[in-house]
Design a protein around this ligand. Sequence first.
Ligand code: GDP
Length: 357
Amino acid sequence: MKVALIGVGQAGGKLAEALSRDPLAADSVVSSLAINSARADLSSIGLDTLLIGAERVNGHGVGGDNELGATVMQEDANEVVDAVSGRVGSDCEAIIITAGLGGGTGSGGAPVLAHELKRVYDVPVYVLGVLPGRDEGALYQRNAGRSLKTLAREADATILVDNDAWRQAGESMDEGYAAVNEKIAQRVGLLLAAGEFDAGSVAAESVVDSSEVINTLREGSLAAIGYASAESSPDADANLNTITSVARNALLTGTSLPDATTAESGLLIVAGQADRISRKGVEAARTWLEDELGSMQVRGGDYPLDSERLAALVLLGGVERSERVQAFLDRASEASVAEETPDATESLVNDDLDDLF
Ligand code: GDP
């Protein structure tokens, strides 16, 4: 699946960079651009860059002010759309915007950018959005809540990455970010590669194409992506249980949004050497996923990969009703109410998140 990749803000730029470097994504990411209002953050990104908001913030960034992030993106929208236009070729099947939702430039800028790009392009505009971890402060939670609410309206889908998803004890913040970025790059890299597989080149039993990715994401506004792999046997029949267990692990322990097991739709991709993939295993895994998600719309396919391991990639569409999203939204609206009305009883009132614009 050919995509143009646009990173907004610091986390957005780093995620776009990690994804564009992923070996599986190499043929799929046709172009990339990192946009920021902070000049210093752009200087360390190994992609083409565009500084926005220079007149207003003089290259110093917007701090944690995501309304200002939205404003600088809006004010420089023409320049941004011009810069993007050279990068969205006729072969492009989607645009992916990456952003941290808890900060300022990415949080405020990504929904505005999605809105502007949707006015210009027919291809879907997706956002890969990072949710702040539980320990990050109230401002991050509130910013992310408002950004998410606005993205739900503006983007075709937002694939959520929870910064708590793969946290390891003892890891520094930067090590943690780098690990999350790598894991996301691996998952999204495989998804894009699978969606572009040339069926003529190797015999894959059932091929995934980009329309299946798009149709899975069409079922809702929020999405998540999971992955797991395991050693396999040269004998396909012996891999039945391996396939069902990697599919389970992809959903239950390897997902970008832990506990997101309620979804409108799913896509299961089994990757590995074609002659190691047990058809019964793939069917059993798919049936299990349908039961687990409570959705009859679970698509599936293979991705031939020259590896002795077997892997499962799970894309979930429409996870807005899942527990994790609800818990995050509660946290974000509590942070919002606590800031605006110090009266403790008021903080029990829910759904107090305003849209950004
Ligand atoms: P911006 O530059 O104003 O858009 O702000 P940031 O991109 O720094 O957004 C801050 C949020 O992104 C916080 O919730 C951070 O935890 C998160 N964050 C910052 N850098 C990274 C990163 O490299 N990877 C991930 N996964 N999260 C990050």
